[in-house]
Write a new protein. Sequence first.
Length: 396
Amino acid sequence: MIANSLETNAKVFEPGATIGILGSGQLGRMMAIAAKQMGYRVHIFSPTHDSPAGQVADLEIQASFDNLAVVERFAQRVDVITLETENIPMETVLVASQSAPVYPGLKALEFCQNRRKEKMFLADYGIPTCQFEIVRSLVELKSVCRYMMPAIVKTTTGGYDGKGQFLIQTPDQIEEAWHTLNANELIVEEFVEFDYEFSVIGARSSAGVFAAYPSIRNEHRDHILNLSFSPSGLSDQLNQRATEIVYEIMNEMDAVGVMAVEFFYRDGEILVNEMAPRPHNSGHLTIEAHVTSQFEQHIRAVCGLMLGITRQTIPAASANILGLEWNQSKSPTWQLGLSMPCVKLHLYGKESPEEKRKMGHMTALAQSAEKAKQYVVAARRLLNIPAMSLNANGTS
Ligand code: AMP
């Protein structure tokens, strides 16, 4: 843990204070659960009613993020505010910050809301990232693709989980990419032939104290995180280098809370893909496998408390449960999925299981990350075996 420019006068919000969360999905829900456990009151600002986070909070205010009068009233009734997603309109954040401190902070949000600014930030600080160009017309896109092919083209704002992205592999796809993404500005990235992806989650408190979790290895399916596991197998040296990068990014952005930095590992080098200034899907396994979960850590950081120990106590792997698990069996067979004692289930309280919607996740704990991975994949597979096809021994 590194103490950096410790501000002894940073405001501390003790348990009993009220935390406001802008956004109401699963990240808000798990933040709220951690905060409630520590004795905080939690108010959720949610565009929808009975949201995943609203279900576990003291209060859910339902309004659109651009209803600034409601945002103002919400902010006046809480002590400190945080965000569960970086994609909250800046105007909303500015209005809220007139009444209470808002974390991760304006600078971090500004960079993380826009892929152009995010990549420029990395380039300015000499942090390794992939080759990229910004284009604002089809002509510019065609000219960049002459020397960058294959390329991943992304909208600079609003994309997540692979939305707002297009992989261009041949020149005849350029026009299709431009029209499909339909934006004024795109970022064109070289397609990185990485060996694997990993993330490092850092935490920085409002008092400037920094801590980081050991790296977590990530595997995606259709651009959506599928599996995460830790220990990641990354060398100590690269783990250290990645942690230094996270420290530098959080410090320079003056980010408060937790931040996940996603990396590509390619042939002995590491490249930053992107940053998320909030708890991250890859960090869900910290709930069971680390002394302090990323959610508790986030609450500690935004409340100005001392950060918790980030040490991992047991190898772990987590797997997302998407809506598609509901397709084969009408309702997943939870009883079977939970038949392995080393597997934990988290469901987010979402009603409609759309195919790519993150409905929950499972985490397995084992003697190695490889074993944990096998267990969690097996447990998820069991969700799709209809209970009635089992014999008396519980096997199919
Ligand atoms: P992103 O939303 O940028 O995190 O992209 C989602 C996923 O798409 C990443 O985790 C990678 O698996 C893949 N991806 C994104 N950018 C690139 C790239 N430049 N090269 C190769 N794969 C990428």
